[in-house]
Write a protein that binds this ligand. Sequence first.
Ligand code: PLZ
Length: 452
Amino acid sequence: MTLVDTPATTTGGPALTQERRLVTAIPGPRSQELMARKAQAVAAGVGHTLPISVVAAGGGVVVDADGNSLIDLGSGIAVTGVGNSAPRVVDAVAAQLNAFTHTCFTVSPYEGYVAVAEKLNELTPGDHEKRSALFNSGAEAVENAIKIARHYTKKQAVVAFDHAYHGRTNLTMGLTAKNIPYKSGFGPFAPEVYRAPLSYPFRDGGLDGREAAARAILQIEKQVGVENLAAIIIEPIQGEGGFIVPAQGFLAALVEWANANGVVFIADEVQTGFARTGAWFASEHEGIVPDVIVTAKGIAGGLPLSAVTGRAEIMDSAMAGGLGGTYAGSPLACAAALATIETYEADGLIERAKEIGSVLIGRLNALRTADPRIGDVRGRGAMVAIELVDPATGAPDAALTNAVAKFAHAQGVIVLTCGTYGNVIRFLPPLTISDELLVEGLNVVAEGLKQA
Ligand code: PLZ
């Protein structure tokens, strides 16, 4: 591992040399040793994308125990937008560690939690009065958003969409669409969860946003009924489901309909939130104001924190003591979140997400022109994907997708796949990555496509 002798940069995490460097095969001997221990100690259901043993990460690289330095195009699934061990985050968490580590906010409160709630109320779309509540994981926050919507509306049904991903807990498994690996054998699932068709421009046969919304609304009205429906929940750009950007107007039509029918509109911005798409939140691109917005991942530079933010009258409806959790809104995670938000602002990372998006879209579109197996290039800001297909039929090509991802991993580039059909390669680099590393990573993916 090369730790150069310069101080950490403001945006870069620990001062690691920003390079792709392979000194062994991937995985190297030390990584293989860890994987052997893992197989004996860790439940087999806990999988991994890339079998390495990480010892350091920062800027745009992840370093393993064998001394390999890999280009990070995944950010630990869209978490480390500010980079790993971002300096402001490290300082703020260290100071908090030395002051106190835990009291439980619902026993004896502290300022960090309140300050994070104030920031969320200010940054999320809409200038109505808002309240926030903090939790630990994305799934836990989604569950709480639904608890709150049910309590407020005194109704029970919830609608989620095709290709949705909302988590792995019981209620959120039910909301999640994909069977394997998320649901199979893990039921029964929570009742009163229904599914509606999404707008998926690449596979929708030309439906525009309004038409796709009308199709979903008709199905909801006929199969669920607004008199039973507490909430609809949707990712403004679907993450695990395949980076599906709905056709323009789809989300706005759903919000309009929800508002007119006493249905709480919940935006799950766990993956799209916090500067990732070139705006604080992806809802902004569509000009929508969700009643409730769920955030996590990019909120706290890698520390576990999630939040539910919404209209004051909705959020305040649950009785005191109805919301909480031992670790929910931990002082360490709150300190990290405040420093993370400051870093996005002070380092211009929303702008940086847009620049990364132009590099990604430009390069991937160029590849697509020459390679009909790339059926679609889509996304916003630093959240971009390619969908790989059989050029003759348009059928999803999961085998090609896996081959390209495996090639990239072996060449020291961390890329993630996604999609209901397993045929999407997604790019979620930290916003602290350099253009040079980003382009080098894309070149490796291009080489993988050529060789597959
Ligand atoms: N909502 C939109 O993307 C988490 C899943 C990783 P948690 N996505 C990554 C895995 O394989 O478990 C996610 C999301 C959206 C909710 C969640 C759930 O967030 O913090 O993983 O619970």
